[in-house]
Design a protein around this ligand. Structure first.
Ligand code: F6P
Length: 339
């Protein structure tokens, strides 16, 4: 193995830079060059970006472990869903004499990687980098812990102002179609309600609206203070803003919506993400040296392992039922004790 290609793809995640650094340092140890492709898969298929690909030196990864975003830039790449795009990507890898490709990204990025594997002879390795934590067979994905901490910091601040005004807030959190961020942030912020895919089906919106209105009114009658509902994005039709309108129309309840949005994707990675990204980056290079292909690097119960790429993207990862149960028990207790 002489040359590894490396790119970051899809929604960026804090810790991607730490993973890039680890790949470059580990590859250097094995006397392997790393070629960085920019703007996700676009770096393999669009001439303007192909021209920007370059060998990553040790100096390129100096002082990046603490930076959010990705020095290689990221993007979604619709061209990778077309045959012509896949062929172009394969041609670029052949032209640049790449022996193995590492892609740091989420499920969409790994779907592209699997499709590329069918055309191109080199080794392909996925490193799970997404704030959503929605890839199966790995305890955590790079960026998730930072996103949770960012959500917590933001909601702690919202709690201060909500307490001061005794207001109801509905805070919408990212996660695409999974509730990992919402559940973890909700529990850590002692949110009065957690609305996520795991504890509510979209078909029951009307009933849920009624139930929510009653629970908020009960809480307002029995105690003073704030009331925070955390809600997963893509759960409620029309999102937090719509739910605010509906509660007002149904029961005259005044709420304030706050959509945290891309704030959750930025910021310096927390220790957990820096360490996870470093372990995964090193493991990816070692897997290449060991002749592996078609795998995602994973951490399972704290141990680095390899998972078939297909299993990572097709199985889906649900929020643990213990977490859902814990939140429900706490909610029931707080309602009883009015605290
Ligand atoms: O996958 C990461 C993520 O931040 C999701 O949580 C969110 O749904 C999506 O990306 C947003 O994508 P974009 O930045 O393209 O709007």
């Amino acid at each position: 193995i002489k040359r590894i290609g490396l790119l970051t793809s899809g929604g960026d995640a804090p810790g991607m830079n730490a993973a890039i650094r680890a790949v470059v340092l580990a590859a250097h140890h094995y006397h392997i060059d790393v070629i960085g492709f920019v703007h996700g898969y676009n770096g393999l298929v669009i001439d303007e970006y192909i021209a920007q690909s370059k060998r990553l030196n040790l100096t390129d990864v100096n002082s990046i472990i603490h930076q959010g975003g990705t020095i290689l830039k990221s993007a979604r790449c619709p061209l990778m869903m077309e045959k012509s795009g896949l062929h172009q990507a394969s041609d670029t890898l052949v032209e640049q004499s790449i022996d193995a490709l590492i892609v740091i990204g989420g499920d969409g990025s790994f779907t592209g990687l699997l499709a590329l594997q069918a055309l191109w002879q080199g080794q392909v390795i996925g490193v799970p980098g997404t704030i959503d934590n929605d890839l199966a067979n790995t305890d955590f994905t790079i960026g998730f812990s930072t996103a949770v901490n960012t959500g917590i910091e933001a909601i702690d601040k919202i709690r201060d102002t909500a307490d001061a005004f005794e207001r109801v807030f509905i805070v919408e959190l990212m996660g695409r179609h999974s509730g990992h961020i919402t559940f973890n942030v909700g529990i850590a912020c002692a949110a009065e309600q957690v609305l996520s895919f795991e504890n509510f089906s979209q078909d029951d919106e009307e009933a849920k609206l009624q139930q929510l209105a009653e629970e908020i009114q009960q809480a307002q009658q029995s105690r003073h203070g704030s009331y925070i509902i955390v809600m997963a994005e893509n759960l409620w039709s029309g999102g937090a803003t719509k739910l605010v309108e509906q509660l007002k129309a149904l029961a005259g309840i005044e709420c304030t919506a706050c959509v945290l949005g891309h704030i959750q994707r930025g910021g310096s990675p927390v220790a957990k993400d820096r360490i996870l990204a470093t372990k995964m980056g090193v493991c990816a290079v070692q897997a290449i040296v060991g002749g592996e292909t078609g795998i995602m690097i994973a951490e399972q119960q704290g141990v680095m392992s390899h998972v078939p790429l297909e299993a990572a993207i097709t199985q889906g990862k649900h929020v643990s039922s213990q977490l859902v149960d814990a939140q429900q028990s706490i909610l029931a207790l707080t309602a009883q004790t009015q605290c």
